[in-house]
Design a protein around this ligand. Structure first.
Ligand code: SF4
Ligand code: SF4
Ligand SMILES: [Zn+2]
Length: 527
């Protein structure tokens, strides 16, 4: 890395306690630090930063006086946006404007410049928040608005995020966005503020919550309680933890936490824009390229999980909790939910028939629990996030096995599938569950270490009435060749494609992003 660490710039989003990698956030907080050599990465065909696009349209409306309809019409000529992305942006902007920002007895004016606090000692410390800003004509009343998608899986904003937003709204001075980013903010003279509000607006439905409302003294107290120490920790950073966020990290080319795995997927080494890829992405793409793209750019999803999927997640979460205890003991038939018809595991809650089926599957698991051989197991990783960088194709490959365990120095990659009844005997299991095929490739490349001759992948199948294990030897050349063909067939068409054309069909009825897709044929039968 090179450049200057003189400026420490922390935005409210850095306070997200769901963020996976403290090293990345700390690096991001140094706008003057950059890689010594930027990796050569082509631009992606489509713009994937939807929040930036939504703000840009709102800027045209609020600051340039362009009517909303005209500002949105400007997008139709923009071929850096997928048609589904345009539909979401249109919805989000119209919903936001209709949510009544400017209503109420004391209307507020939109504020173009950021509110930035800047404190100079050995370093230049800057705090800001990214969102919409409004103030009264005399400047005494200020309001900051977080814009969020609003889908069900978004939890509440972290208290640090709210504290930074409240503090910068109360004490920040107006400043333009630094260009280039490595330059400091240049705040104008501050003006007194007496009252502050921080609001969250959800763009899916226009609903809003007031997250903070009070005087500047109260904003300072909130920051003292939830912001100041956390900001210091954010700046210090922590150990790297690989995840999908690595694709947006300036440390990627030097990070020790992301192992290089050239040609892992076995696809032609044509360089594309840096992207992540998982088996799920491959499956979404195989169903419909547009669906994969619209999921990738994080458009709000509806009806993402059917009852079978929710029950499957609940069973996985239950077993993960059970296996997380120490000492490691094998599960027993009786280790099932107290109330079989109504139980919760992790963030999944099931009731009625689905809950009963899930409880029976958990009971069946006892007969195949990996910990029956706990005395041979020296290490266990539950739902680990695995992340490899193929710098030939510029892909970050992500995988999350249900369980990894080291048995006699060979890694066992176990995936658990829950089904109502067993599949046909002639099913090609690696083809049916390509995450097993990717597991074979990762183990055969010895990316986890250990004794390569002992690595295997296991499929644990749980039904309400029985359970079984199917092993695949990751050192068997025939299995590796087959696994490579499966993974390549899933990844290569996606890697080549940068248009993501919609492929409507019966699957559209279960597509969680159908609301944004112009090709969605509607709820009736699809020919
Ligand atoms: S490359 Fe990934 S693991 Fe490494 S610092 Fe960046 S986000 Fe963290
Ligand atoms: S609605 Fe159908 S065509 Fe549109 S993205 Fe979803 S699956 Fe593809
Ligand atoms: Zn078990």
């Amino acid at each position: 890395m090179t450049g200057s660490a003189q400026i420490v710039r922390i935005g409210a989003s850095a306070g997200d306690d769901q963020a996976t990698c403290a090293a990345r956030i700390a690096a991001k907080a140094r706008p003057g630090v950059r890689p010594a050599v930027w990796p050569d990465s082509p631009e992606s065909r489509y713009d994937e930063m939807m929040p930036g696009r939504i703000h840009a349209v709102l800027d045209r409306y609020e600051f340039d006086g362009v009517p909303v309809a005209h500002a949105l019409a400007e997008l139709t000529k923009d071929d850096a946006l997928h048609e589904g992305a345009r539909q979401w942006i249109r919805h989000a902007v119209e919903t936001y404007v209709a949510s009544g920002v400017h209503g109420g007895p004391e209307p507020l004016d939109a504020v173009r410049r950021y509110w930035v606090t800047q404190h100079v000692n050995q370093r230049t410390w800057e705090l800001y928040a990214w969102g919409r800003r409004y103030q009264s004509a005399d400047g005494l009343r200020r309001e900051f608005r977080f814009l969020r998608n609003g889908h069900a899986r978004q939890g509440p904003l972290a208290r640090t995020q709210v504290a930074i937003a409240a503090y910068t709204t109360a004490f920040g001075s107006p400043a333009d966005w630094p260009r280039p980013w490595r330059e400091p903010f240049r705040p104008a003279a501050g003006c007194p503020v007496s009252w502050v509000r921080v609001v969250e607006v959800r763009l899916l439905d226009g609903s809003q919550d007031v997250l903070f409302e009070g005087t500047v003294e109260e904003a300072e107290a909130l920051y003292a309680e939830h912001g100041r120490e956390r900001v210091r920790q954010i700046a210090v950073g922590g150990p790297p933890r690989a995840s999908a966020d690595c694709a947006d990290c300036k440390l990627l080319s030097t990070c020790p936490a992301v192992r290089r795995a050239p040609n892992l997927l076995g696809i032609a080494s044509q360089r594309r824009a840096l992207r992540t890829w998982s088996v799920s992405d491959g499956r979404y793409y195989a169903t419909c390229p547009a669906q994969e793209h619209l999921r990738r750019i994080k458009l709000p999803k509806i009806d993402e999980y059917d009852p079978d999927a929710i029950r499957g997640h609940a069973v996985h979460a239950w077993l993960e909790e059970t296996h997380g205890g120490m000492p490691r003991v094998p599960c027993r038939m009786g280790d099932t939910p107290l109330r079989a018809d109504d139980w919760t595991a992790g963030r999944w809650h099931v009731t009625g028939e689905e809950a009963m089926l899930g409880a029976r599957m958990i009971a069946q698991h006892a007969t195949v629990c990996a910990f029956q051989h706990a005395d041979h197991i020296t290490e266990v990783r539950l739902e680990p996030s695995l992340c490899y960088f193929d710098d030939a194709t510029n892909l970050i490959i992500l995988a999350k096995p249900d369980m990894l365990y080291l048995e006699n120095n060979g890694w066992v990659w176990r995936e658990i599938k829950t089904v109502r009844r067993h599949r046909r005997m002639d099913t090609d299991v690696l083809q049916r569950f390509p995450q097993l095929a990717l597991g074979v490739l990762i183990l055969s490349a010895n990316l986890l270490g250990g004794d390569p001759s002992g690595h295997r992948v296991e499929l644990e199948t749980l039904t309400p009435d029985d359970a079984d294990i199917e092993p695949f030897d990751a050192s068997d050349p025939a299995i590796v060749v087959h696994a490579r063909a499966i993974v390549r067939a899933l990844a290569e068409p996606w890697h080549r494609d940068d248009v993501a054309v919609a492929q409507p069909g019966p699957h559209c009825h279960e597509c969680p992003v159908r609301r944004w897709c112009p090709a969605y044929p509607g709820p009736g039968p699809v020919s």
